[in-house]
Design a protein. Structure first.
Ligand code: FES
Lengths: 173, 503
């Protein structure tokens, strides 16, 4: 069952890439062939697909005529770039100092209880991803959680439960 | 406007939060509409640039900045004017001005407020810097996590271009200058100048050894100055009001003001801008309003992951670059995190070190391996597996890392550990020798117990316990099954009779 699911998720994302690949092409035509635009291009690709699809990377590699390992080194260096597809909803928990002191670790534990994922993971149904970030610049509202672009402050375990339920909760239940 | 305790209204500038502040870098934040360039101009905006371009030579601009005594607000506190002079003196026709707006200190958001609240002041200052050193282009490297800041900067740049405040022949002179944005991508090490430049060049943001310093060989090998947002925000005011005026604020060696982001266990959290030399105590009690819930102040952390903790004994200390360094901390970018008696100092040290460990780019072994080893030791201490000699081992590792790491990130990474050992050694010892966390914060070392005398048997604790570890008859004292307990603290928070004891 587990494997089946994984395969289907993988298929899904692969399919999306084949249909969407035109976007990568479009991006590449917008930038001159200069190293200085490499990071910006990867950022654009990431923003569009929510990760860096292998096919897009190959196209970038060809365009710049550089080894793929160079792109890999960039992708693994910058936290905002990801080689794995992200969930539909990306949950970002702030673990900056202020949020840490006001119990962000309890919130991380709670997510684990609710969705069975730890930072860096995506739920099996591909709906939620969990990330921790450093200070979101809203320390007065610590602890802070952001889901996609929606912002939640002074989050408590019970409040978190309500929020997650609002997003459809744990599909497994 | 704010309502007083006696029900009377008073102006917001009279509240203790604002009364004790001096606002230079934040002068316009919250007062003008940042999306309307006219509002900035109406508040003396672009006046300094007009004055400099029409009445001053580039060297006179540098001299004014030098005379003001302004030091970098982003970390080490290097004199800004000297940096500019180096770049101006460096040979070459192409030079660059860079702004570090990749605020990465976890717990600080000073730059964000200027970027969002007063973007034109940054544009004006960078253009001034360009004029002073003879640059034609500038780059603002801003955190992608601040989407509003990015949007407003873009807007401000296009407004400035429309009005001829950026671009060719600014104010009809033969000085031309333009600005571009580059987005950071979540790498703390990019706050380090040479790493930041590598990132703008489209590479992995790894630092390189200095010298050569960026003032001689910076962006694409050309002379470059890099300052952070707050430093730039001071520049137009200095040029307009003069170095003398600026020099009267602050202390002998630390001129002007500093913005701090106060957070943690404090009543008024937020940004404050104070004159240098203000005692810490005033910031925490008068402006910050003290510690909530009647708890005791324990320490204040400044300088983020590169800084250290300052204990209660030193609260009278004036805030200056040098006093902070003597106390084992640093100014840093201005995070100021207040901790109370419930915060464990070993845990705080571990928190910061795990941050720098995670952010270490891996290029130099002292930082890559050294911080990892230190973190392992801290980890075992907080788990109650600390060994005799661990403190000394931490100290010696810290020393070697400080002496040998390639960049500022590694060189300062051990500071949070060293300063907590210096002031709270007994807490480390309690963890190691007695397997006890005095603050009651390290999960592995605390236990929960119900005090039978105080328990009224209301059953609330049993209800909130997520693992069903609490049992008991109604109206009878309950008990906690220590085997089942996951130490989530829910019962402790819930009990209305103080009947649950952490030890
Ligand atoms: S630490 Fe979480 S918002 Fe600042």
């Amino acid at each position: 069952m587990d494997d089946e699911r994984k395969v289907s998720v993988k298929k899904m994302s692969d399919e999306k890439i084949t249909t969407d690949i035109s976007f990568t092409k479009e991006i590449l035509t917008k930038y001159p062939k200069e190293q200085r635009y490499l990071l910006a291009i990867l950022q654009d690709i990431q923003r569009h697909y929510k990760f860096l699809p292998r096919k897009s990377l190959s196209m970038v590699q060809e365009y710049f005529d550089i080894p793929l390992s160079r792109l890999y080194s960039m992708a693994t260096f910058y936290k905002a770039l990801s080689l794995k597809p992200k969930g539909e909803y990306v949950i970002k928990i702030c673990d900056g100092t202020a949020c840490h002191l006001r119990g962000s670790n309890i919130i991380i534990d709670e997510i684990k209880k609710l969705l069975d994922i730890v930072p860096g993971d995506t739920t099996r149904d591909g709906r939620f991803s969990l990330e921790t970030v450093n200070c979101l610049g809203s320390c007065a509202a610590a602890p802070v959680v952001v889901i996609n672009d929606r912002f939640f402050g002074k989050v408590t375990p019970s409040k978190l439960k309500e929020i997650i339920e609002e997003y459809g909760g744990n599909g497994d239940e | 406007m704010e309502i007083n305790s006696d029900g009377r209204m008073r102006a917001i500038t009279d509240t203790s939060f604002y009364k004790n502040q001096t606002r230079i870098a934040l002068r316009n934040c919250g007062l003008i509409n940042p999306e309307v360039i006219e509002e900035y101009i109406a508040n003396d905006g672009y006046m300094a640039l007009a004055k400099a371009l029409t009445e001053m030579t580039p060297q006179e601009v540098i001299d004014e900045v030098l005379a003001s005594g302004l030091r970098g607000r982003g970390g080490g506190g290097f004199p800004t004017g000297r940096k500019w002079q180096f770049a101006a003196d460096a040979k070459g026709d192409i030079k660059y001005v860079v702004c570090n707006a990749d605020e990465g200190d976890p717990g600080a958001f000073m730059d964000r407020s200027v970027l969002e609240g007063d973007p034109h002041s940054l544009l004006e200052a960078m253009t001034l810097a360009g004029y002073a050193i003879g640059a034609q282009e500038g780059y603002i490297y801003v955190r992608a996590e601040y989407p509003i800041a990015v949007k407003r900067l873009n807007l401000a740049i296009s407004q400035a271009r429309e009005r001829g405040l950026l671009g060719k022949n600014i104010f009809g002179t033969d000085f031309s200058f333009d600005l571009f944005l580059r987005l950071g991508s979540g790498a703390f090490v990019c706050g380090e100048e040479t790493a930041l430049l590598a990132s703008i060049e489209g590479k992995r943001g790894e630092p390189r050894p200095r010298p050569p310093f960026p003032a001689n060989k910076g962006l694409w090998g050309k002379p470059t100055i890099i300052n952070n947002v707050e430093t730039y925000a001071n520049i137009p005011v200095i040029l307009l009001k003069g170095a003398d005026w600026f020099g009267k604020i602050g202390t002998e060696k630390s001129k002007g003001t500093k913005v701090f982001a106060i957070g943690g266990k404090i009543n008024n959290t937020g940004l404050v801008e104070i004159a240098m030399g203000t005692p810490l105590k005033e910031v925490i009690y008068d402006i910050g309003g003290g510690i909530p819930n009647g708890k005791k102040f324990k320490a204040v952390q400044t300088g983020g992951p590169s800084g250290g903790c300052i204990p209660a004994e030193l609260l009278d200390m004036p805030i200056e670059y040098d006093t902070l360094i003597q106390a084992g901390s640093m100014m840093g970018s201005g995070g100021m995190i207040v901790m109370d008696e419930d915060n464990c100092m070993v845990d705080i040290a571990k928190f910061f070190l795990s941050f720098t460990q995670e952010e270490s780019c891996g290029k130099c072994p002292p930082c890559r391996i050294g911080t990892k080893r230190m973190l392992e030791i801290l980890d075992r201490i907080t788990k109650g597996e600390g060994k005799e000699g661990d403190i000394e081992l931490l100290e010696s590792l810290a020393k070697s890392i400080k002496a040998s790491a390639l960049c500022g990130l590694g060189q300062t990474a051990p500071n949070p550990v060293l300063s907590t050992i210096r002031y709270f050694r007994d807490e480390y010892e309690a963890h190691i020798k007695e397997k006890r966390c005095p603050a009651g914060s390290c999960k592995a070392l605390i236990h929960y117990e119900i005090i039978a005398d105080k328990c009224k048997g209301c059953g609330l604790c049993a209800k909130v316990c997520p693992v069903g570890a609490i049992s008991g008859e109604k109206k009878q004292p309950h008990v906690i099954d220590k085997e089942k307990c996951i130490k989530c603290n829910s019962c402790f928070d819930r009990c209305r009779f103080d009947a649950i004891r952490k030890y």
